[in-house]
Design a protein around this ligand. Structure first.
Ligand code: FPP
Length: 253
């Protein structure tokens, strides 16, 4: 793996790399349709982008990369597409293991893995276990995830704890809410990227993106290159993040 300077022409400031980048990988279906191919083909091509961007993020020192791979709403897609996505996930976990291990990438999952078929669960559990000792970058897959699901679960859990007496409702603040979220192990995203020209958040990390910088590109996910990713990072680095305050007093949670 080459150094940052090798390929970026100094466009990225090493000290200002976002710690957490989240991506809504959209446009696989349209990419396939534009070529008269079945939608599944777009997902296969999308995996190549996952590989490219994972490697690129790791190379520049992103600490957490969260990918919206399958939403709770995606279960409503045609059976064949859901099953193709599941097979793709299983083969990807297997095929990309050298990438994870060579680059110190730890795999994480946010969402409801228990709703997956046993073979998917087994592959996920194995990959989580195999990469658990890696610490250079966490690749967080949002699988059967939606923000409303996550917030509902968090509220249920907090209500249970309050009822049991281990949580005082008067002491609930933002940091307590964070502890009940699936994302409690990482900071909020600094940058959220969405491909494919749609300007919406689609039930993704609604609480966590309160102060994230947003980057939308018309490029479909299978066409999203390392260079485009680096350009998004460079664009982020030019932003003035104020977190509701005034310039010069930047401070996240
Ligand atoms: C959105 O495109 C993409 C998805 C619903 C799935 C994303 C999955 C992958 C990139 C491949 C599998 C990922 C991993 C991590 C193995 P869309 O189908 O909604 O595209 P469209 O809006 O053009 O129809």
């Amino acid at each position: 793996m080459s150094s940052v300077g090798d390929t970026l022409d100094g466009a990225i400031v090493p000290g200002k790399v976002p710690a957490h980048v989240a991506i809504i990988m959209d446009g696989n279906g349209r990419w396939a349709q534009q070529r008269g191919l079945p939608r599944q083909q777009g997902h296969w091509e999308g995996v190549k982008s996952v590989r490219r961007i994972t490697e690129a993020a790791c190379r520049i020192g992103v600490r957490y990369l969260t990918l919206y791979a399958f939403s709770t709403e995606n279960w409503g897609r045609p059976k064949e597409e859901v099953s193709a996505l599941m097979s793709l996930l299983v083969s990807c976990l297997h095929d990309e293991m050298p990438l994870f291990m060579d680059n110190g990438i730890r795999l994480r999952v946010i969402g409801q893995p228990d709703v997956f078929l046993p073979e998917v669960r087994t592959a996920l559990d194995a990959a989580l276990e195999q990469t658990a000792g890696n610490s250079r970058m966490d690749l967080v897959l949002a699988l059967s995830y939606s923000s409303r699901w996550e917030l509902t679960e968090a509220m249920r859990s907090a209500a249970r704890d309050a009822k049991a007496g281990s949580l005082d409702p008067e002491h609930i603040d933002a940091s307590v809410v964070n502890r009940y979220l699936a994302t409690s192990f990482m900071p909020d995203p600094d940058l959220l990227i969405r491909t494919s020209g749609e300007y919406r958040i689609s039930n993704f990390l609604l609480w966590q993106i309160a102060y994230s910088e947003l980057f939308f590109t018309p490029v479909l996910w299978p066409d999203f290159t390392e260079e485009m990713f680096y350009a998004a990072i460079a664009d982020y680095q030019k932003r003035d993040r104020r977190f509701g305050k005034v310039s010069g007093s930047n401070q996240s949670k």
